[in-house]
Ligand binder design. Sequence first.
Ligand code: 13P
Length: 264
Amino acid sequence: MSRPHLVRRPLVAGNWKLHQTIGAARQLAREVRNALAGPRDVQVVLAPPFTALAAVAEVLEGSGIEVAAQDVWYADQGAFTGEISAPLLLDAGARHCIVGHSERRQLCGETDALVRRKVEALLAHGMRPIACVGETLEERNAGRTLDVVLRQVDAILGGLSLHAPDQLAVAYEPVWAIGTGRNALPADAQEVHAAVRRRAAEHLGEATAAGLRILYGGSVKPDNAAELLAQPDVDGALVGGASLSAASFVAIVRAAEGRIPERG
Ligand code: 13P
């Protein structure tokens, strides 16, 4: 019998999006670091904008809290004006990177194929992608949620081989739940997460899929985090708005900690 709580360490990541000057980012990182001092059963990651990566990495040094970028380009260097590569992110102190966020898919025209190239570039440099998938409201209302999400999962995981399941995390972020205050019902999130894990098993094998972290994102707040994280296939959270306050982000990390004995 599988005992997922033993193989999957919850991951809570704060996506600060286009917020925080370097000074404000340092301050917020310091508050999170101080509130979460000491050993933790939850992996905690902060994703500031590019300009604040190095400053946040410096504040978090030695804390066990890790830094993520919000995007990457697939080439290491070259004539790609405005882009940032995995080696530059590593140089700035990032070890994780969000890719395929719906805001980039929708506003910047990112395709499944581009997201896949970015995943490969990150893995090639030992960085850990947090690869986002999710359906729009229109797609959900048309009953196409799983078609869309699993197509995105196929593009990310098809033919991929991971040395360890924690090399990559998938984040299910229903587009209609992002920044709307309207989170997915826990049971609906669970249904999608379970389907993602089943599909991941086809690509990566049962053992790797059993260890893969699948995060939920979309209006995660302190008052709904526990019930979302109590779902058996919800292994953490990708938090937008609520990660801009140390108090609410830390409350979500605490909810993820609470999940561990609950599932034992
Ligand atoms: P909100 O938590 O603000 O809904 O944002 C979710 C998100 O997009 C995280 O990547």
